[in-house]
Ligand binder design. Structure first.
Ligand SMILES: NC(=O)c1ccc[n+]([C@@H]2O[C@H](COP(=O)([O-])OP(=O)(O)OC[C@H]3O[C@@H](n4cnc5c(N)ncnc54)[C@H](O)[C@@H]3O)[C@@H](O)[C@H]2O)c1
Length: 333
């Protein structure tokens, strides 16, 4: 059994990854600083059943992180930890550089020191990055050699982390992977991002708010497809490589909001919900708002044989049902 350390495992994608990897042949430890975007309750059943071990550690604290990695002896570290909300990065960029850049630097430094001391177990590192590092594309698809062209403090902190991983891993001979994925959707996401926020607003009888004219385009991937891609990269991919991950489900924010409202209408007709607000309003655009992200996924498909498994419409429907139950439980608590 390989020892896997999941960093940021109490956040949206990290929690889903804990469930996925717990069904594979791994002994799993999780660390997370438990920021506002996390929810330890999501992975509590796995902790209770001793399927995973959890420790609260902030990756911006090198001493604590380094000690923990030395104690754990992991073979693989996957880093999901990050401040992840673009709007917050515009208001308060500081914490983004602390967690997303210094945090990654601390992980790399800990691995460098660990690998130097432990000749028989060299830790491999997997950095979870984003398609946002390529910036806005008017047309075509960014492959992994496309220039970094970030537009926000969030995406620039992620691009900086990618550069740190490449440079430090080359110098210190650390095996690494970087994946750059498109927008994820699914259970466990903090309701500040488009899909859960829109569901929450509409259920609370408020209009869904969209930036600008709502025509900005994103490629939406079901979170389980993303995690399966990470698993494929670890088991079949080449080390010291960057892999794009995407779904070719490119829709405008307006289309997504209308889709959510049509599903909520269907759920009201089926008497699963009693009311929802059926309106969309438009607010002042976000500064430097990227118009379109689009990545080529030829490389991951060729190297690992990864492909999409999940159907967008069906999964959006199930995701909405999950949030309805989640928000209901919160109101009744
Ligand atoms: N959500 C998406 O659509 C998407 C798309 C592409 C890439 N990504 C990347 O995937 C990763 C996970 O994203 P997410 O949506 O799950 O984010 P999230 O905000 O839901 O979760 C991030 C987790 O990291 C933890 N964290 C933050 N700072 C930390 C620190 N200093 N030390 C330890 N833990 C810390 C938080 O507590 C939280 O549990 C991020 O690196 C993000 O950039 C996300």
């Amino acid at each position: 059994m390989k020892k896997l350390l999941i960093i940021g495992g109490a956040g949206f994608i990290g929690s889903n990854a804990c469930y996925f990897f717990s069904k594979k042949n791994y002994k799993i430890s999780v660390i997370d600083s438990l920021s506002y975007a996390s929810n330890l309750n999501y992975i509590r059943p796995l902790i209770k059943d001793k399927i995973i071990k959890f420790d609260r550690i902030d990756i911006s604290n090198y001493q604590k992180l380094n000690k923990h990695i030395n104690k754990l002896n992991p073979q693989i570290i996957i880093n999901f930890a990050a401040e992840s909300h673009v709007d917050n990065s515009i208001k308060s960029p500081n914490i983004f550089f602390k967690s997303n850049v210094i945090g990654v630097y601390n992980i790399l430094l800990s691995i460098k020191n660990y690998n130097k001391k432990n000749k028989s177990n060299k830790i491999r590192f997997f950095q979870i990055s984003t398609d946002e590092v390529y910036g806005s594309l008017e047309k075509g698809y960014a492959n992994e050699n496309y220039p970094l062209n970030p537009s926000s403090p969030y995406s620039s902190s992620k691009a900086a982390a990618d550069c740190l991983v490449m440079g430090m891993c080359k110098t210190y001979n650390i095996k690494y992977y970087i994946s750059r994925c498109t927008n994820n959707f699914g259970r466990f996401q903090f309701p500040e991002k488009l899909i859960p926020l829109s569901i929450k607003k509409s259920l609370n009888n408020k209009p869904i708010e969209l930036y600008g004219d709502g025509k900005n385009k994103r490629d939406w991937i079901f979170v389980e497809d993303h995690i399966r891609a990470i698993y494929k990269i670890i088991t079949k991919g080449k080390t010291n490589q960057i892999y794009n991950i995407g779904a070719q489900n490119t829709y405008t924010n307006l289309f997504i909001s209308k889709k959510i409202l049509s599903i909520l209408k269907d759920l009201k007709n089926k008497k699963i919900i009693s009311k929802f607000n059926n309106t969309i309003s438009f607010i002042d655009d976000r500064p430097a708002h990227d118009f379109r992200y689009a990545v080529s996924t030829k490389k991951i498909m060729k190297d690992t044989n990864w492909g999409l498994k999940n159907n967008f419409e069906k999964n959006l429907y199930h995701t909405i049902l999950w949030y309805i139950t989640f928000f209901n439980k919160k109101t009744n608590e």
